[in-house]
Write a protein of this length. Structure first.
Length: 366
């Protein structure tokens, strides 16, 4: 089957997170910006993908429309090898426009859409096309907002525990906020914090006794720049701090460098940032070959989230799935829920396994 048309659809979905008014890039942030990618094939099949959006949604849309889609339309996709080969061809052809960031985000969305279309064409779920993974149920963790308020943190921890999420990730950077969560959930509940590159090496060294006492499963992206793997390796190996990273890394090459420099305890590829399913599959294989668990970055609600579940099915080591702790005004997949014990079930339908509610997409598209 040949690719007939590729259309980026930008959706701004209102959300609530239960904390104080959020800011992003200095502006009020009350809508999640999605870049959905509709891939139409010449046999009538439609595949859906997702590129990283947020405040980058406009340039990602342009990258899809102006240079990737014209190059890709007309290509034949009849097998997984066709997708792998196309991803390599695109990366090589367009590398002068940037190996990371916008161009790879744009490619990721198209590539996921191609996998969805191929699965539908063959009446097979994506996980069976990747590696025939055996996992069909995944532990989930609540990925809380950064509230910077101990009372709200305690309230949200209780909310997560009451809903069956027994693993909790914070986005807090202050000791009192992290300590409030630990005291509330107790020592037996796995607890992490995503610092988003807010700390310096010196701050971490000065804070090492607190971090040891608080007993975090991992600290995520503790320093800037996140690709300073030598400093991450120092934190991991000299200070014995458990490090998770990779949310902002692109392509399997960057992950292999991260792993080879012994910089992380956990890798965290994001399928809508790394180049799609093909790239993330390589990352999983390399990471697990080095005995490093993969914890997919899945702070998403569209095809990127479903693609991550299919990829997680192929993992051999323990894997947790991130549930970004906010409520969308309307869900893209209204019937898709976690089980009551805080686990996600892998959809078994063809392709990604679930179909969009396109009325919702139309309602919130911009």
């Amino acid at each position: 089957m040949r690719i007939k048309k590729i259309t980026p659809i930008c959706v701004h979905m209102p959300f609530e997170h239960g904390g104080k008014k959020a800011k992003l890039n200095g502006q009020d942030w009350d809508k999640l910006e999605f870049v959905l990618v509709k891939v139409e094939m010449d046999n009538g099949i439609i595949g859906w993908g997702e590129s990283f959006g947020y405040v980058s949604w406009k340039p990602v849309k342009v990258a899809i429309e102006e240079f990737l889609a014209p190059y890709i339309v007309g290509k034949d996709i009849s097998s997984t090898n066709d997708i792998h080969d196309l991803v390599f061809e695109i990366q090589k052809t367009f590398h002068i426009f940037g190996r990371y960031g916008i161009s790879i985000y744009a490619l990721s969305g198209i590539e996921i859409g191609l996998w969805d279309a191929l699965g539908k064409d063959k009446s097979l779920p994506i996980y069976s096309l990747i590696d025939g993974g055996s996992k069909k149920e995944f532990k989930a963790y609540a990925s809380l907002f950064r509230y910077s308020d101990t009372k709200i943190i305690e309230k949200k921890c209780k909310e997560a525990l009451d809903r069956g999420f027994n693993i909790i990730k914070l986005h807090e950077i202050k000791n009192n906020c992290i300590e409030a969560a630990r005291q509330f959930v107790g020592q037996d509940t796995p607890l992490m914090t995503d610092v988003n590159c807010a700390w310096s090496i010196d701050e971490i060294i000065n804070n090492k006794n607190f971090l040891k006492k608080i007993n975090l499963l991992w600290i995520e992206e503790p320093i800037f720049p996140p690709e300073d793997f030598k400093k991450l390796a120092f934190l991991k190996n000299e200070l014995n701090i458990s490090i998770a990273a990779g949310e902002n890394a692109c392509t399997h090459w960057e992950f292999e460098k991260m792993i080879d420099e012994n910089a992380v305890n956990f890798t965290q590829p994001s399928v809508i940032k790394v180049g799609g399913i093909s790239e993330m599959s390589k990352i999983i294989k390399y990471s697990e070959r080095k005995n490093i668990p993969v914890m997919p970055h899945t702070a998403y609600f569209g095809p990127g989230f479903l693609a991550s579940l299919h990829l997680a099915s192929s993992t051999k080591l323990e894997v947790f799935i991130e549930r970004f702790w906010l409520d969308l005004k309307e869900e893209f997949y209204p019937d898709f829920k976690t089980t009551r014990n805080g686990k996600y079930l892998l959809p078994s339908g063809p392709g990604l396994g679930l179909e969009f509610n396109e009325k919702i997409i139309s309602k919130y598209s911009v």
